[in-house]
Design a protein around this ligand. Sequence first.
Ligand code: HEC
Ligand code: HEC
Length: 208
Amino acid sequence: MKVLLRAAALLSLVLTLPVLAAGDAAAGKAKAAVCAACHGMDGNSVVAMWPKIAGQHAPYIERQLALIKSGARAVPEMMGISAGLSEQDMADLAAYFGSQKTSPAVADPALVELGQRIYKAGIPKREVPACMSCHGPAGEGNPLSGYPALAGQHATYTAKMLTRYEAGETWGEGDEASTIMTEVADTLLASEIEAVASYIQGLHGTIE
Ligand code: HEC
Ligand code: HEC
């Protein structure tokens, strides 16, 4: 059953995050070659459909790898690879990619105004909360709360994710974190997704 959360309720949700293994970035680097073909050796993929994972919070990377391995988040491209990853491998890879720097990118000037408005203020009349309230003013996210960094991410990937959340896709029934995003994206229009995704691509992760 779909529970419609109001923006305020969404913002007061506290996620229960699992305790994760400690990763070793140097060990992760040695294991990262198999990821490079798609995500780039430093985690900055050059193909817009493949997410940049450089500079992403290690706990978020680790969580996604576990979800991908279990199949809760279906990523056909990674099926063969994720099956062979141990918990320690995932922690090490997360520590390595998380320690890399996200490559900067720019927003489409024609989309900035709408994108920025949604990012900073949400869409109050449809109870869409401001993205900034969880993902931070510069797209830096919040590792302790489980809110991923978004800054500099390929707009194509971000728009794809928002479209999937808008359609109600989660990483399994009862998965709180992805359910939050289905509630957030619930009423977003394709034009709004395009604009906010472009704005996010131009964010730099540090407050200037
Ligand atoms: C053949 C291409 C390919 C390879 C190789 C690959 N990935 Fe991926 N990865 C993808 C794609 C495509 C997605 C996005 C899937 C989606 O749309 O949900 C993804 C998603 C991810 C995500 C989630 C990112 C996010 O922002 O939510 C992480 C983390 C990740 N990959 C890590 C890795 C690691 C670590 C390796 C190496 C062990 C690896 N990937 C190897 C294609 C690949
Ligand atoms: C109440 C907090 C909250 C708000 C508000 C919020 N998000 Fe999120 N968002 C999350 C969480 C938590 C996740 C991680 C889901 C997971 O762990 O699988 C997420 C994930 C995402 C992702 C996927 C990132 C990736 O690398 O795959 C995108 C894109 C995203 N959010 C965009 C937005 C946009 C755009 C808005 C505003 C319209 C927004 N979010 C508002 C909490 C929030």
